[in-house]
Ligand binder design. Structure first.
Ligand code: ZN
Length: 247
């Protein structure tokens, strides 16, 4: 069995979901990046048994977060379809605009910190896990997460891309690390070492796309590093994700 801890399915068709089920997918967490896509994720999750929703404002659009949006997220997050607050985080590298144009300019850090802090607060209030995008330097994000108290309600780093020290700190605080297909395929030795040293009980899998089948290749890569069949990696990561969202 396989699972996506972080994907963006949009309004994926029933046919595509059936295909994923045939390949062994048990759970797909589709994530919003702003208010409309968060509402969409609830609708998609409502249509398909194996799809669950995450609501949040992405750091690329942190300037769209305000108290009204936060109230709307609280409402959406109380529906049975929603299992986590995401996609939230920090990105000091650049951004994709809504028109999907790459920009080096990122949203003012003060605005990003505020949106992150407020949305972590929603997760704590509703006792829900948060799945976090970390493109800040070093371990800054981990310091924020550990200080926030969200370690009590569940945390995962989506698209984990850092080193062994970062991974160890996550494991020490019960924070899960989600391995993305593109990152593991890129094969940076520092990253591969971090994946190798992280116990499989703390790993999740994702494609960050609308094509879940990539998770199977991701499990193959993890399996090569850990000397496990891809099916065992997929099963472990699916159980970890179920544990994170309390299923
Ligand atoms: Zn994403």
């Amino acid at each position: 069995m396989y699972s996506e801890s972080h994907c963006h399915l949009g309004d994926m068709s029933l046919g595509d979901i059936r295909e994923a089920e045939k390949m062994g997918f048990k759970l797909l967490l589709t994530s919003g990046i702003d208010l409309p896509s968060s509402e969409q994720s609830i609708t998609t999750a409502g249509r398909h048994e194996i799809v669950k929703s995450c609501v949040g404002v992405h750091p690329w659009y942190a300037d769209e977060y305000n108290d009204d949006v936060g109230d709307k997220f609280r409402e959406l997050a109380r529906t049975p379809e929603c299992v986590a607050i995401s996609e939230i985080g920090l990105d000091f590298i650049g951004r994709m605009t809504h028109e999907w144009v790459r920009e080096d300019r990122f949203i003012d850090p003060k605005i990003q910190y505020h949106a992150l802090d407020a949305q972590l607060g929603i997760a704590r209030d509703l006792k829900m896990p948060a799945i976090v995008h970390d493109r800040a330097s070093g371990q800054e994000m981990l310091e924020i997460l550990i200080d926030s108290g969200n370690t009590d309600t569940g945390l995962a780093i989506h698209g984990f891309s850092k080193d062994v020290d970062y991974a160890r700190k996550c494991v020490d605080h019960g924070i899960m690390l989600s391995v993305g297909l593109r990152t593991i395929q890129a094969g940076d030795p520092i990253y591969l070492k971090a994946v190798a040293e992280t116990p499989v009980e703390y790993l999740l899998t994702e494609t960050d796309s609308s094509k879940p089948e990539g998770v199977i290749t991701c499990c193959e890569h993890i399996g090569q590093i850990k000397d496990l069949p891809k099916e065992d990696v997929g099963a472990a990561c699916t159980r970890n994700l179920q544990r994170l969202i309390g299923l």
